[in-house]
Design a protein around this ligand. Structure first.
Ligand code: PHB
Length: 401
């Protein structure tokens, strides 16, 4: 166990260690006095993918969060912040152990994570069982802010339903009637394509086939051949990270981008355009962000992110940045005292954040209420076309909070 002890409490610590042993010492530091609580840094656990197909996404979330903390001089709400990291590798089977290690061994005060919906579901379960605060900076698993909602669970990203349902009407209004959906076969892929289908069939369109492959496979050839045979009016896809890069390139290499327009959830082209190049041009997606959003928060964020990392910010960096902004709201309300967590959590639920994405507030389940934008890849960027849904609120189906 590593403890950070203020100088003036050293003799007290020695006394405890000497007289009553480690257990008493550990207990004393588990329930610190407010003075110690505010002096010691708040321990933030990052559980993110730092390897695999989502590695860049995890890194950008991490960079975005740290950027916000650095802008506040290393503190949030006056409380110094320190970090512990674990690479979740986007592996659901390791998620419970990773989470328990952060909470039990590393003694973090809260957890920030993750990208993959399946991993996030296991994290949500542990966060509920151990009453640990969890801020999800990407994964869209509907359950996290639905049937599994809890006062200590927040999301600064989106629900899988929220960013895809509005695309149904957009594609119908563009004249498409028969559409094929394609994704990885796991929670996010299933829920995003289902949400699109819900919006599209409600508008009057028909999903003629759904194609899927296991996560994180990228052997798309057979499925692309199937699309060419089916000849739908358009395709709606969810892939992200390295998988999205390869899918968009393979789709163009097969020549389908010339005959069957490609649409998707914004992850298909967010943070990926440098690697996709001209093959991404013309792809239309819905997301709660666009690169050229003309608001002061976005301009300042993109400039600062570029100065820190040398790279162009994207939705993942924004979501990490906003996770820190949300935590700051809680710490400001308690003057940095995390032992007054109940008050901090209430302030976080009520927060209104001036995000680079535009205004963001939270529903009763802790999911953002936010605009969803239609974007098109032009000039190597995801440029804003229109607002596909204003202040879209996830229905939080099954949340009894
Ligand atoms: C998810 O698994 O929820 C997920 C992963 C990557 C994304 C978006 C959602 O870009």
């Amino acid at each position: 166990m590593s403890l950070i002890v203020p100088q003036n409490s050293l003799s007290r610590r020695r006394f405890l260690m000497g007289s009553a042993g480690l257990a008493t010492a550990a207990a004393a530091f588990r329930f610190p006095t407010p003075a110690i609580a505010q002096g010691a840094p708040l321990r933030v656990g990052f559980m993110l993918p730092y390897s695999g197909t989502f590695a860049k996404l995890g890194k950008f979330i991490d960079d975005g969060f740290r950027l916000h903390v650095e802008q506040q001089g290393g503190s949030l709400g006056g409380r110094r912040i320190e970090f512990v990291q674990v690479d979740d590798e986007s592996k659901p089977e390791s998620a419970t152990d990773n989470m328990n290690r952060l909470i039990g061994r590393d003694k973090v005060d809260l957890v920030i994570g993750t990208v993959h919906s399946g991993v996030a579901m296991a994290m949500v379960k542990v966060a509920r069982d151990t009453n640990t605060t969890l801020i999800i900076p990407n994964a869209g698993a509907n359950e996290a802010t639905g049937p599994m909602c809890a006062p200590q669970i927040f999301r600064t990203s989106f629900s899988n339903w929220q960013v895809c349902q509005p695309m149904g009407k957009v594609m119908f209004d563009a004249g498409h009637r028969n559409v094929v959906t394609i994704s990885w076969r796991y929670a996010a892929g299933d829920q995003m394509t289902d949400a699109f289908k819900e919006g599209f069939t409600k508008a009057g369109g028909k999903v003629v086939d759904h194609l899927a492959l296991p996560f994180p496979e990228v052997e798309f050839q057979a499925l692309i051949t199937r699309i060419a045979t089916l000849k739908p009016d358009a395709v709606f896809a969810f892939f992200a990270g390295g998988g999205a890069v390869k899918f968009v390139k393979d789709y163009a290499a097969a020549g389908l981008n010339k005959s069957i327009p490609l649409y998707g959830a914004g992850f298909l082209t967010d943070g990926t355009i440098p690697a996709q190049g001209a093959d991404a041009t013309g792809v239309k997606t819905t997301l709660h962000y666009a690169d050229d959003l003309d608001n002061p928060a976005n301009k300042a964020f993109l400039a600062a992110f570029k100065a820190k990392t040398g790279q162009d910010g994207d939705i993942y960096a924004v979501q990490g940045f906003d996770a820190a902004a949300l935590l700051a709201e809680g710490l400001k309300a308690t003057k940095g005292d995390w032992s007054a967590r109940k008050e901090a959590l209430a302030a976080m639920r009520a927060a209104k954040i001036d995000s680079p994405r535009g205004p963001m507030s939270f529903n009763r389940a802790g999911n953002p209420v936010q605009d969803v934008y239609l974007r098109e890849v032009r000039n190597g960027r995801n440029e804003l076309v229109s607002i596909a849904g204003k202040a879209v609120d996830d229905p939080a189906r099954g949340c009894r909070a």
